[in-house]
Design a protein around this ligand. Sequence first.
Ligand SMILES: CC(C)(COP(=O)(O)OP(=O)(O)OC[C@H]1O[C@@H](n2cnc3c(N)ncnc32)[C@H](O)[C@@H]1OP(=O)(O)O)[C@@H](O)C(=O)NCCC(=O)NCCS
Length: 342
Amino acid sequence: MSAERSPTLHRPGLDSLRTVSIIATGSYVPDRVLTNTELEKFVDTTDEWIYTRTGIRQRHIAEDHQATSDLAIAAARKAMENGNIRPEEIDYLIVATCTPDMHFPSTACMVQKELGATNAACVDLSAACSGFVYAIDMARQYIQSGTMNTALVIGAEKMSCLLDWEDRATCVLFGDGAGAAILQARGDQYGILTSVLGGDGKLGDLLNVPGGGSRLPITPEVLADKQHVLKMAGREVFKHAVTGMAGAAQETLRRCGATIDDVACIIPHQANARIIQAISQRIDAPMEKFYVNLDRFGNTSAASVIMAIDEAARKGRIQRGDLVLLVVFGAGFTWAASLLEW
Ligand SMILES: CC(C)(COP(=O)(O)OP(=O)(O)OC[C@H]1O[C@@H](n2cnc3c(N)ncnc32)[C@H](O)[C@@H]1OP(=O)(O)O)[C@@H](O)C(=O)NCCC(=O)NCCS
């Protein structure tokens, strides 16, 4: 016997898909700047090596007492101020990070508490450097369907706490920071047109932090072996980052029926200037189309692309109505691209 459906049941939002836009952004970096020249004093490296291989001149490093949520909260407050958003309006709060304050509760819950965003569902998203683009696409689905109205999406990292400061091949690359975006349905534009998300777990060992999780909990041996810090096969990662990001960018444009000429600004993950140059050649986009600020911040992982979006918007490099292409790559491996009307 089939149960009779209640006439009062309904599927909220599915009848009218809404367009979803980033309506405001904000970012924060800790005050302390660590230049390549300062690094020379305690790492066997040179400013010349770092700059020519990566394009990085300096990075910001959090104070010992600052956790990822502190950076996230500072960025979120600016985004909320810029968007004139009250904490109670936020119904979805996502923090993309690979350096959460602790295993649990989520960093998103810690941010919620400080902001007083009492109506928000809270979750952390783990996709390493690709996390922010994954996260805005997750928020888009909820707002598009009408299930939620206002999302606060944050990319925040304290990468300095995962680094081996004796490994010159990795410690020179990363920095700390946070960026935040408010997403809402805005009827008068396309907003996020589409996103292409991907991953390949087979290549996970090329960039990881082996210890500190359930596979290899912290023990004196794990610490002595330095299994609790970031490990990377730089050359391999470089190659996959170029193919992953170029492929995602091209697929995103193809799905939207757009060409690179339609795009006003490409905002890539800020890992390495040479990676960005290689992508520019692969997708046949001039370097002037790329927004690059990694010289001042290094690779801030999940924070990098939203920090760059915020800066590009503040400087007028992206204007209302512009088509903006986001493209990211990270450990996992994971990659993502998103085309949006600003
Ligand atoms: C890390 C990276 C800059 C290294 O550049 P590279 O040209 O591949 O250099 P290699 O790793 O082959 O090392 C070349 C030499 O430089 C040395 N070297 C590495 N780091 C150095 C540093 N900071 N200063 C000076 N020398 C360094 C190496 O020891 C090696 O020396 P050797 O030839 O005597 O063995 C580059 O591979 C890279 O950017 N990869 C991608 C990393 C990334 O972006 N990861 C995050 C993705 S989300």
